[in-house]
Design a protein around this ligand. Structure first.
Ligand SMILES: [Zn+2]
Length: 145
């Protein structure tokens, strides 16, 4: 923990002295926990992910809790594996959206981020899982058999 180069982590290392606000919501100071768990943009993304994957709404307060979510998803083994990949890809897509906004002033909506997760997740899942024959249509409906 503390390895993600968020504003709070960089400030603790005396490597950052600019605006500490989260660039996605502009309401709270940026930290990894805020960016991936507490931010309203992330919450909207995770809401779309939970509806897509047909799991209970995702409410977590720390990255540590976030990483264990798939273990408590109630999904079968194949779907649980996919859901875990989706969470990791989701964190990456939120981080990328944060960087695009911070460094390029390019803003993505929560829905844009969700679409990135679904697209990137499909390619990763199809190439890394045992379920290589999955179609895009089945992926989009989270029908993994
Ligand atoms: Zn935020």
């Amino acid at each position: 923990m503390g390895r993600i180069a968020t504003v709070d982590a960089l400030s603790q290392r005396n490597c950052f002295s600019g605006d500490s606000m989260c660039v996605l919501c502009e309401d709270f100071d940026e930290s990894a926990d805020h960016l991936l768990c507490g931010c309203c943009v992330a919450s909207n993304v995770w809401s779309m992910v939970s509806r897509w994957c047909r799991v209970s709404p995702i409410f977590v307060f720390s990255v540590r809790d976030f990483l264990g979510l798939s273990d408590f998803s109630g999904l079968g083994e194949l779907a649980k594996e996919a859901f875990h990949e989706i969470l990791i890809v989701g964190a990456w897509c939120i981080w990328r959206a944060r960087n695009n906004k911070r460094f390029n002033n390019s803003l993505k909506t929560a829905h844009d981020i969700f679409l990135d997760i679904r697209s990137l997740g499909f390619h990763l899942y199809r190439n890394r899982s045992r379920n290589k024959a999955i179609s895009w249509a089945n992926w989009c409906s989270f029908s993994l058999m």
